[in-house]
Design a binder for this molecule. Structure first.
Ligand SMILES: Nc1ncnc2c1ncn2[C@@H]1O[C@H](COP(=O)(O)OP(=O)(O)OP(=O)(O)O)[C@@H](O)[C@H]1O
Length: 614
């Protein structure tokens, strides 16, 4: 009892918090642990720590081992030959929640060689059982007795000392944990589930982990890291990956970071994944499976890999499902990142065939990667492909062609111009594919090549002026044609260009294209939407947005047209050429365009028939 000084107030008493263990277990199972599966992880972890501790105490060689004995759907016995516990340790470490023998006694800091640290892991067993029975014998004294501790979720426990002759007494140091299946949790006591779980969590443990059932034993782990120390060749590593992840991989590479003492293998997926994909890795801490999420540890862009990673010096979060973000983690990520980049870089030169496959499968991810990383850009840009008027060209072809690089910014523009550029063997690049423009601009920047959007002048450069006397001959015709096209916001010009069989080439201003699309949509739209479209079109330059119809003087039909004097006949031809040029360029046709075309074709047919009758 304590008194509150000399003020004459009543006595004040100190009370102790009490913990409702049932409530705590509920919190742990519902909020901290992702599923009851983790009880196997916690048991393995404690056994591994106990073996580490015994090695430390005994200072002489002994081989640790863990055995899981299964009584199908009823019971499991989880045994290790670790350090075991004395009675006072049981009272302290098992009975006080949050107390752990794995912290430094002096400053309570976390010991780097142990996996556990919080003193709550064992409670996870209550997700699958109503009683934890732990039989233990300490290695610290020759005469240490076998003790039986029984803990229940209501917070009560008992300790019993066994006599040496008792059947359950342990012959040598270690700990045995016996769990009976809680109602409804029998599936966690089946061979199938337990073997899966123990392999998943304990595959990389450095001492044998054995499953025993009906007198038969099976070891589930190789006891060494397959990618370290020994001369495991690539084929073997690929087989290991196939066994681990259950799929075939294109290739694999190993990595190692001294910081955090991290090493592992990155397996290259054999199929395309979206850059936003979240692959399932296997990330182990101190030989125990920790998480499938590579967040923070593996570069975000490494989506084309599945990795198995082992770390000893990274700090896990409380839920043990990830790592704390700190400088060490950043350094490890950078090392893995550099290794992957170097791998891609050298693969391009050393294994061109494999690189070709890799490149085809992961093109989209590699584009993003190249754009974010100048070093990789330099390697990869030569392999990306671009659609051009000279066929499909790679980045390498483009940077070696020795020409300025012109591109069409929209699909429509490319469609309009490609015929003209193609006919004169001029280069025009379609950048409307994902990342194409950024890659092209990056290429220009890196190799000092001019990259620009195609302008009207460049288009006009592909067309020749008519000789002076021909121009004069064509003037009257042009005036008439312009009169015919006036209502269509279009101006005609006479030029010479290739291909000669193309009578006209239509070039529409970007805003004129939009105007045309709006006009078409307005016809179909309801009144509110029509209002909106009106507002948009009023902001465009409207009247000034004039399109050009370049009539090709190299074309025999156009040459003949110039000689036609009857205006009604000329109108038929000019309108047909105009609408046909629209169609070739892939422009949206207005409602009356098709009607005009049909009407004109009929008129031509009538004229032709009338001529024949005469
Ligand atoms: N197999 C075992 N052998 C020896 N001691 C054990 C064993 N299992 C548990 N203990 C003791 O019980 C304590 C509590 O275990 P528990 O799993 O609850 O927490 P922890 O391992 O210390 O930390 P964490 O909650 O991070 O796992 C341990 O610190 C250890 O002293």
């Amino acid at each position: 009892m304590r008194y509150s000084g000399n003020r004459g107030l009543s006595a004040m008493e100190d009370y102790r918090f009490k913990v409702n263990l049932g409530g705590m277990i509920e919190i742990l199972s519902e909020h901290l642990y992702s599923s009851p599966d983790v009880f196997i992880r916690e048991l393995l972890q404690n056994a591994a720590d106990a073996i580490t501790r015994r090695k430390e105490i005994q200072k002489k060689e002994f081989e640790g081992s863990i055995t899981l004995e299964i009584e199908e759907k009823e019971k499991l016995i989880f045994a290790d030959n670790g350090q075991g516990l004395m009675e006072e340790e049981i009272h302290r470490f098992l009975a006080i929640i949050g107390e752990s023998s794995k912290r430094e006694l002096t400053d309570r800091s976390v010991r780097r060689d142990y996996i556990g640290q919080f003193g709550i892991g064992l409670l996870s067993c209550f997700m699958v059982t109503d009683e934890i029975c732990l039989i233990t014998k300490s290695c610290q004294s020759k005469d240490a007795p076998s003790l039986v501790w029984r803990g229940r979720p209501d917070g009560t426990y008992t300790i019993e000392t066994l006599q040496q002759q008792d059947k359950e007494a342990l012959p040598s140091p270690g700990t045995k944990i016996i769990l009976a299946a809680k109602e409804g949790m029998e599936e966690y006591f089946t061979r199938e589930i337990l073997e899966n779980l123990i392999t998943y969590y304990g595959l990389l443990l450095p001492f044998p982990v054995i499953i025993r059932q009906n007198g038969k034993e099976k070891q589930i782990n190789p006891v060494y890291l397959p990618w370290e120390g020994r001369n495991t060749n690539k084929q073997e590593l690929l087989l290991f990956g196939q066994m681990l992840f259950g799929e075939l991989f294109l290739d694999c590479l190993t990595f190692r970071s001294e910081e955090g003492n991290v090493s592992g293998v990155a397996y290259i997926l054999n199929y395309t994944v979206l850059p936003s994909a979240k692959p399932a890795h296997r990330i182990y801490l101190k030989h125990m499976m920790l998480t499938e999420k590579g967040d923070g540890l593996l570069p975000d862009w490494a989506v084309f890999t599945k990795c198995i990673v082992h770390a000893t010096d990274l700090k896990p979060t409380a839920s043990r499902e990830g790592f704390y973000e700190d400088e060490t983690l950043d350094a490890v990520r950078e090392t893995i990142e550099n290794r992957l980049i170097a791998y891609i870089d050298t693969m391009a030169d050393d294994q061109p065939e494999l690189f070709g496959k890799f490149f085809r499968v992961h093109q989209l991810t590699l584009m993003e990667l190249a754009l974010a990383n100048p070093k990789l850009f330099r390697t990869l840009i030569d392999y990306f492909e671009f659609e051009t008027t000279r066929g499909t060209l790679t980045g390498y072809d483009l940077r070696m062609c020795g020409e300025d690089l012109l591109y069409a910014p929209t699909r429509e523009k490319y469609k309009q111009l490609s015929q003209l550029f193609f006919a004169q063997d001029q280069l025009l690049i379609n950048v409307t594919y994902v990342h194409a423009l950024e890659l092209l601009e990056g290429l220009g920047y890196m190799f000092g090549i001019s990259v620009s959007e195609v302008e009207e002048e460049e288009i006009e450069d592909l067309m020749e002026e008519l000789a002076a006397e021909e121009q004069e001959k064509g003037l009257e015709f042009l005036n008439k044609a312009n009169k015919i096209l006036k209502d269509r916001d279009c101006r005609a010009e006479l030029k010479c260009f290739q291909p000669a069989n193309q009578p006209a080439f239509f070039l529409m201003d970007e805003e004129a294209v939009l105007n045309r699309q709006i006009a078409i949509s307005k016809n179909k739209a309801n009144s509110i939407f029509r209002e909106m479209l009106n507002m948009i079109s009023s902001e465009l330059k409207g009247e000034d947005a004039v399109s050009m119809l370049y009539l090709n003087y190299n074309n025999p039909i156009v040459k003949n047209l110039i000689r036609i004097t009857e205006e009604d006949v000329l109108k038929i031809f000019v309108e047909i050429i105009y609408i046909q040029a629209l169609q070739i360029g892939g422009f949206p046709l207005r409602k009356n365009d098709m009607a005009t075309l049909n009407q004109n074709i009929l008129l031509l047919m009538e004229r032709d028939l009338a001529d024949k009758e005469e």
